[in-house]
Design a protein. Structure first.
Ligand SMILES: C[S@@+](CC[C@H](N)C(=O)[O-])C[C@H]1O[C@@H](n2cnc3c(N)ncnc32)[C@H](O)[C@@H]1O
Length: 154
């Protein structure tokens, strides 16, 4: 995914529907929404992560951010689905669940214009409580939970 897609903000209603988050490590300097109690506006990959994480990462660096998310092991990541990426398979195994939105998400660019990704958007929850928060959220889509998920993903 190109750099152009990096600066696109999640509709705040989606995040609110999922409950409160302790940290958004990829907030960037210009994100207009309060996405979590603590928001990292730079150096989010290098800094310490704690608690329940909301993550809609810069898509041009999705591999590094999703790796870090899996290592952290608590939260929800919003990403796009692509069969060509090893990281989406790894996330699927690590999370053991995913949520596929029924509709395209109206992301916002810094100038307020709506931006649509050319792929399906998904949530990957890690941790039982995060799976349950999606089930309770009222967001429209399909939640699939695997009973055969393995956290061991070399
Ligand atoms: C797809 S946007 C999502 C923003 C916000 N997390 C949300 O959900 O609306 C990804 C954001 O990550 C920011 N970003 C990129 N590298 C970062 C870094 N190293 N530390 C913190 N934020 C970063 C970008 O500036 C961009 O605003």
């Amino acid at each position: 995914m190109s750099k152009e897609s990096d600066e696109c903000y999640t509709p705040i209603e989606i995040i609110r529907a999922l409950g409160e988050f302790d940290l958004d490590p990829a907030c960037g300097p210009r994100c207009p929404n309060e996405t979590a109690r603590l928001m990292y506006r730079k150096d989010g990959l290098e800094r310490k992560w704690r608690g329940r994480v909301w993550l809609n990462p810069p898509y041009s660096e999705a591999k590094a951010w999703s790796e870090r998310f899996v290592q952290h092991g608590n939260g929800i990541i919003l990403l796009f689905w692509s069969r060509d990426n090893q990281w989406s398979k790894r996330l699927l195994r690590a999370a053991g669940a995913f949520f596929l939105f029924d509709q395209r998400i109206n992301f916002r660019k810094p100038d307020g214009k709506v931006f649509h990704l050319p792929y399906h958007s998904l949530l990957f929850p890690i941790g039982k409580a995060n799976i349950e928060s999606i089930a309770r959220s009222g967001l429209r889509g399909q939640l699939l939970v695997s009973h055969h998920a393995s956290r061991i993903t070399p």
